[in-house]
Design a protein around this ligand. Structure first.
Ligand code: GTP
Ligand code: MG
Length: 312
């Protein structure tokens, strides 16, 4: 089966297989990606992140439905979900999942943190491209947390929606640093709970503090995801932001940065692999280690020499 060809012809099975190939680093993955690449760059990629249990999956589910109502096709990538979209422990999620996947216009996939997180962000980026090539208009990447690894993952997104919830106490302080770097839009989910107003004020104050550094002041929306409240408005905001990105050329800018980062990462990875492989196969690496350990040589000189030789 020519996975790329069938995927481009609309096969869901091929779409699923392509992501599996990337996830498990099968040999054919590179070939698939090569063929799909020319067909990418058309989807609007949205990252959704926030603390565990904030309602990200519930929100994603409702956002998907709203986009469907607007006539768009949607792909969802849930990163290492603790309450998974499929086969998980939470029945509610499974029902929602089934509901969505009956719809041909929606494709949902979860990806785990097997292997390194660095590898995961790279694989997520490929999965996004695969769904993009498959013609999905909107692609949502859901990931937990706001740490560095999530920052890396959401770099694959054009827009990042940060979900916060009332009643997390000092959490806003803790997440402050990372959050501003990535948030394009905030939503206070579980706005049916006490503390939504207080959280709103805190967020606004935080944005005031950074006002000068912000080219775009992230709007703060409110949602009650499981009751579908505020969803249509949130999607409208997501669309407005997309419009802003396009008008100001920021979309091109972001995507250029992404291509740069991707090419560099790919180069580093390949060079690293090549070096490790050749050196380990001819035993030179062991020899080097021995020399260094015996203090017959220092690692700085050896590495510099080696690099000179390799780059010739
Ligand atoms: N009260 C209230 N509960 C909500 C709201 N949105 C989601 N929930 C509930 O919160 C719980 C967690 O929702 P999820 O959508 O699984 O949250 P999540 O952020 O995806 O969780 P993880 O993926 O495990 O981090 C579920 O029981 C939801 O029904 C809301 O707006 N208000
Ligand atoms: Mg979730």
């Amino acid at each position: 089966m020519d996975i790329a060809k069938e995927l481009l012809a609309g096969s869901r099975l091929a779409l699923s297989r392509a992501i599996t190939a990337v996830e498990n680093e099968y040999d054919e993955a590179v070939d698939i990606m090569k063929k799909l690449y020319p067909h990418t760059g058309n989807a609007y990629v949205i990252g959704i992140t926030g603390p565990p249990g904030a309602g990200k999956s519930t929100l994603t589910d409702k956002i998907v439905k709203e986009y469907r109502r607007l006539g768009k096709t949607v792909g969802v990538i849930a990163i290492d979900p603790t309450s998974p979209f499929s086969g998980g422990a939470i029945l509610g999620d499974r029902i929602r999942m089934n509901e969505l996947t009956l719809d041909e216009g929606v494709f949902i996939r979860s990806m785990g943190t097997r292997g390194s997180l660095g590898g995961l962000s790279h694989k997520t980026a490929d999965a996004v491209k695969i769904m993009d090539a498959a013609g999905k208009d909107v692609i949502i990447v859901e990931t937990v947390g706001v740490g560095q690894s999530e920052v890396d993952i959401v770099k694959a997104a054009d827009t990042t929606l940060v979900v916060v919830v009332p009643g997390l106490g000092d959490d806003i302080q803790a997440i402050k640093a990372g959050i501003l770097e990535i948030a394009d839009i905030f939503t206070i989910n579980k706005a049916d709970r006490d503390g939504a107003d207080k959280l709103n004020v805190e967020l606004e104050m935080m944005l005031d503090l950074y006002q000068d550094k912000l080219e775009w002041r992230p709007p703060i929306k409110r949602t009650v995801a499981h009751r579908n409240e505020g969803i249509a408005e949130l999607v409208q905001t997501l669309e407005e932001y997309y419009g802003y990105l396009k008008e100001t050329d920021k979309l091109t800018e972001r995507r250029t940065e992404r291509v740069k980062a991707e090419v560099l990462a790919m180069l580093e990875e390949n060079i690293g692999r090549y070096v490790t492989r050749t050196m380990q196969s001819d035993g030179e690496f062991e020899q080097m280690v021995q020399q260094i350990q015996k203090r017959e040589a220092d690692p700085y000189t050896l590495v510099a020499d080696l690099l000179k030789r390799l780059l010739k």
